[in-house]
Design a protein around this ligand. Structure first.
Ligand code: AMP
Ligand code: MG
Length: 385
């Protein structure tokens, strides 16, 4: 896959984006010795001398410069998030004392030790070491880290522009009248939904009949305006499966055609002269969705520069008989036992057209080619819809 270009984007538009720069701390983290309980700040050595009553000299709020303790046996009232006042090294939380007439009387349980309830300056990150590295996906915690580094914009991968294209003269849009010999155009909806669920927003959608000239004209348009074309249908060996031929005529170089897998054997993949990726997914609905997730989604992570994410491992809840020397994508639901351990319960469809069966599954597992079948507990890679 051709890597997607880097762009600078405002931080609030970066949820789910892939970082393309390292992010360093703007300052030490925390940036100062930080009070982490509401209470009083004192010097711990005073408690060692047996002092248990303190006069409150001043109040130190968060967001204000550090005060300094004037009388060594006094205290400064402090709030969570404030700077540690000068001349103090310990916070006694307010549950551990009684306060009357501006004088604190420590309860018996109150103790003091250097830096008790203080987060030391620089203790959360090491200077010079990036807090985040290129390839990281920006979820809520990562977004907070970028904000803490003081960055209002950040370098991320540009969003890919997808065009989802269904082919087939038999297909009819939902909402339109349908004849006995026609089929609803369901695949394109599933593909768009799977992409949107993964945070992709630039997703167009078209339908092209099984006609060579029309296919040719429309694919030229779509190639000029998109990074990735996802076609469904028209890649098998039937008389009207025109997709591989038309793509070849348009100069899209075939990278592979037909994969030793079930379902989805006829899958086609090629690269256009401008670097656009073209996926020809088989039209059978189970094949389309499985191939989309297994190949297109995985390829996009690479194109966006994501650090490799390995698929979730999941053990089989029961044995599976499958003896063909091809990869087997098996829809499964996830079941948890009373100890919270997850396992894959097979939900095999009646065939590659049985997309209704997929609603009973949470995703699918990939079982490798193997002639002896798969025992219960066999650990496979799990992909969610
Ligand atoms: P094809 O790969 O074009 O030979 O199509 C294989 C099967 O999938 C045929 O039964 C098609 O009618 C069906 N099919 C193709 N495209 C779609 C689609 N977008 N939605 C639902 N079914 C489809
Ligand atoms: Mg077709």
């Amino acid at each position: 896959m051709t890597p997607l270009p880097v762009e600078s984007r405002p931080l609030e538009q970066c949820t789910g984006a892939i970082l393309r720069q390292d992010v360093y701390a703007e300052r030490d983290n925390p940036p100062f010795d930080r009070v982490c309980m509401d209470g009083i700040a004192v010097h711990s050595s005073v408690l060692e001398r047996g002092v248990r009553r303190f006069k409150i000299e001043a109040t130190q709020a968060a967001g204000a410069p550090a005060l300094a303790l004037l009388g060594a046996d006094n205290a400064v009232e402090v709030m969570t998030g404030a700077m540690l006042p000068g001349g103090t090294d310990c916070i006694i939380p307010l549950e551990e004392y009684d306060l009357a007439d501006n004088v604190v009387a420590l309860k018996d349980k109150a103790t003091g030790a250097p830096f008790r309830n203080v987060q030391r300056r620089g203790s959360d990150s090491e200077p010079g070491v990036p807090m985040l590295t290129a390839g990281t996906r920006l979820g809520p915690p990562e977004i907070a880290v970028v904000a803490s580094a003081g960055l209002a914009t950040v370098k991320v991968s540009r969003e890919p522009r997808f065009m989802v294209i269904s082919t087939g003269d038999e297909l009819v849009e939902p909402g339109q009248p349908i004849e006995e010999y026609q089929v609803r155009r369901s695949n394109a909806y599933a593909v768009v939904a799977a992409l949107r669920r993964r945070g992709f927003e630039r997703v167009g959608n078209d339908h092209i009949p099984d006609d060579e000239r029309t296919l040719c004209e429309r694919l030229v348009q779509h190639l000029s305006a998109n990074d990735v074309l996802i076609l469904s249908g028209g890649v098998s060996k039937g008389k009207f499966d025109l997709v591989p031929k038309v793509l070849k005529d348009l100069g899209v170089a075939e990278v592979f055609y037909q994969v030793a897998q079930r379902p989805g054997m006829p899958m086609w993949f090629g690269m256009a002269p401008g670097g656009q990726a073209v996926f020809g997914l088989p039209g059978n609905p189970v094949s389309t969705l499985v191939c989309l997730i297994r190949y297109v989604v995985a390829a996009m992570a690479v194109a966006m520069g994501a650090a490799r994410v390995s698929p979730e491992p999941l053990p089989l809840a029961e044995p599976v008989k499958f003896h063909r020397q091809v990869a087997y994508f098996l829809p499964v639901s996830v079941r948890y036992d009373d100890r919270g351990h997850a396992a894959a319960v097979p939900r095999p469809p009646n065939g590659p057209g049985d997309f209704l069966a997929l609603t009973k599954a949470d995703g699918f597992i990939e079982l490798p080619p193997r002639s002896e079948g798969f025992p219960e507990g066999f650990v496979a890679s799990f992909y969610r819809w």
